[in-house]
Design a protein around this ligand. Structure first.
Ligand SMILES: Cc1cc2nc3c(=O)[nH]c(=O)nc-3n(C[C@H](O)[C@H](O)[C@H](O)COP(=O)(O)OP(=O)(O)OC[C@H]3O[C@@H](n4cnc5c(N)ncnc54)[C@H](O)[C@@H]3O)c2cc1C
Length: 498
């Protein structure tokens, strides 16, 4: 596209904000509409009596992608955000009570594994990571950084050595089992499947690239909370002249002679456009915003995927929190398979996990608490989607409150008892996430990676309707902040400069 285009971006999640900033920097006239009263989408923030909580992401990985986004659209990231690398990436407490503080530096990991889990564990993990790095090398350019299409499959399959590395016929679980003899290392690896909302037994071995990327580039925090990323992106959009309309819901994507021609808003008014970028979940786009045979075909494709899992979130305002808490702490379940069986359920009928893995984020940051001796903790467990018809109805009276008690009791059982320190608590259930972000079922990552073909069924960034593009976690290359930021780069490249 060579002339200045009128672009409408639907949704101000990280994907929508990043795409809007890039397209404005490329010279287009951009209007960004967001149904909520604030930006950020799943990267949300809650405030209560001086406590500040991130309600979504708590971990930044691959920070160079954020740096690239800021550099490409104006002043560098360091002028907008204070990114801090964590010395301890995460503390893991295993079901046998063993505690591992995983270092934030790759070189220090083998010794830490030997010390916590026993001699030889570092070597097992290193051998696995070598394979994971090879998978990353082969996949990141054609699969993560380019618009995916059938051609990429063909290109990859011509390079037989590469296919052997990626092992598309194997699951992440199976790949791990061939390198990792210690069941705790296999558990550690399984958890990375949940970074894409998936089941390690059914997701492809290619997901081994996830721990590689995390451990190679480190684990990061943003001073003041990750919500600052959304604030900084909003500011960047405004600096570039993007017109941001909050509290403005799109009700349809309009077409004219087969091309995207604008967006109808809920109040009935129309925004004309040459290009429409949908940051709204792909399921919403193809089932509600767009009509006709093209949308129905895309809906049928989506129906062949398994939606990603959701999350049950507890925000805890604590008095006198335990002193020695690391930033991230994972308390593993005794039976991880039961967790995945419950969340994905038989025929998609998920149910809350009886004894889930519990993840606690307890940043030590004075900017997010009202004063010394207090803590703003984010607690997350994997949860089935909100599905009042066939699965779990998270709005059922009493369910969220009693499940919050279950999670707090489990933490206590696993030596992290904060029950008598809770000044205030707030639950965000999958149903709440659905309402806040208009994400069907509250699926965090769109479709999951379950199944060998999942990556190819994931909606493409260029829709079959000319002029209509998809950005964000429910489209290619997938969910999580780094991939969402990549999807914005792909879309901006596809649209081109003015
Ligand atoms: C509990 C939780 C923990 C997470 N942890 C991490 C983590 O530690 N690290 C990490 O990298 N990622 C994490 N993620 C994932 C990450 O938050 C998402 O992948 C990412 O924020 C998705 O961004 P997005 O732009 O694709 O979509 P969204 O954030 O869903 O944004 C879509 C936006 O579109 C708006 N919208 C929808 N429909 C309409 C409409 N019709 N009209 C107008 N506006 C509309 C929505 O309100 C929303 O603001 C987590 C997510 C959750 C929920």
């Amino acid at each position: 596209m060579s002339a200045t285009s009128r672009v409408v971006v639907v949704g101000a999640g990280v994907g929508g904000l990043a795409a809007a900033a890039r397209l404005a920097a490329q010279g287009h006239r951009v209007v960004l509409v967001e149904q909520a009263e604030g930006v950020g989408g799943k990267l949300g923030v809650e405030r209560h009596d001086g406590f500040v909580f991130d309600t979504g992401p708590s971990l930044v990985t691959m920070p160079h992608l954020l740096e690239e986004l800021f550099a490409d659209t104006g002043a560098p990231l360091s002028q907008a955000l204070d990114l801090q690398r964590l010395d301890v990436a995460c503390r893991y407490t295993f079901p046998d009570g063993v505690v591992l503080d995983l270092p934030g530096e790759l070189a220090a990991i083998p010794a830490a594994l030997d010390a916590a889990l026993g001699p030889g564990r570092g070597a097992q993990w290193t051998a696995f990571l070598r394979r994971a790095e090879r998978i990353w090398d082969v996949t990141h350019e054609p699969f993560l950084e380019s618009p995916v299409g059938a051609g990429d499959l063909v290109r990859l399959s011509r390079r037989v050595g590469d296919v052997t590395a990626v092992a598309p016929w194997r699951s992440l679980r199976a790949l791990g089992a061939s390198y990792l003899q210690d069941p705790r290392l296999r558990m550690l690896l399984d958890r990375y499947a949940t970074y894409t909302g998936s089941d390690p037994r059914r997701s492809p071995a290619a997901l081994a690239a996830v721990p590689w990327a995390e451990q190679a580039w480190g684990s990061w925090y943003v001073a003041g909370g990750l919500g600052r990323i959304a604030e900084a992106l909003l500011q960047r959009c405004r600096d570039l002249g993007v017109e941001v309309r909050l509290g403005t819901e799109a009700s349809a994507v309009l077409t004219d002679r087969g091309r995207a021609s604008g967006v109808r808003l809920r109040d009935g008014s129309v925004l004309d456009a040459d290009v429409v970028v949908a940051n709204a979940d792909a399921t919403q786009l193809y089932s509600r915003l767009l009509g006709g045979p093209v949308a129905r075909r895309q809906q049928r494709r989506l129906a062949r995927t398994t939606p990603s899992l959701s999350g049950f979130v507890l925000l805890l305002s604590l008095d006198d929190p335990p002193a020695d808490q690391p930033h991230h702490h994972v308390l593993f379940a005794e039976d991880y398979d039961d967790e995945f069986d419950s969340v994905f359920g038989l025929r998609g009928r998920g149910r809350p996990v009886a004894r889930p893995t519990v993840y606690v984020s307890a940043p030590s940051d004075p900017a997010i608490v009202p004063g010394p001796g207090t803590g703003a903790w984010f607690v997350l467990v994997n949860a089935p989607r909100h599905d009042p018809v066939g699965g779990t109805d998270w709005d059922a009276p009493g369910l969220s409150a009693s499940y919050a008690d279950t999670v707090l009791d489990l933490m206590a059982e696993r030596d992290l008892d904060v029950r008598d320190r809770v000044r205030h608590r707030q639950v965000i259930s999958p149903a709440d996430l659905e309402r806040r972000t208009m994400t069907p079922g509250g699926s965090i990552y769109g479709s999951s990676s379950n199944g060998a073909r999942a990556a190819f069924l994931r909606p493409a960034n260029r829709s079959p309707v000319p002029g209509l593009y998809l950005v964000g976690g429910s489209s290619h290359p997938g969910g999580g902040l780094p991939l969402v930021v990549l999807s914005a780069r792909i879309v901006a490249d596809l649209v081109g400069g003015a």
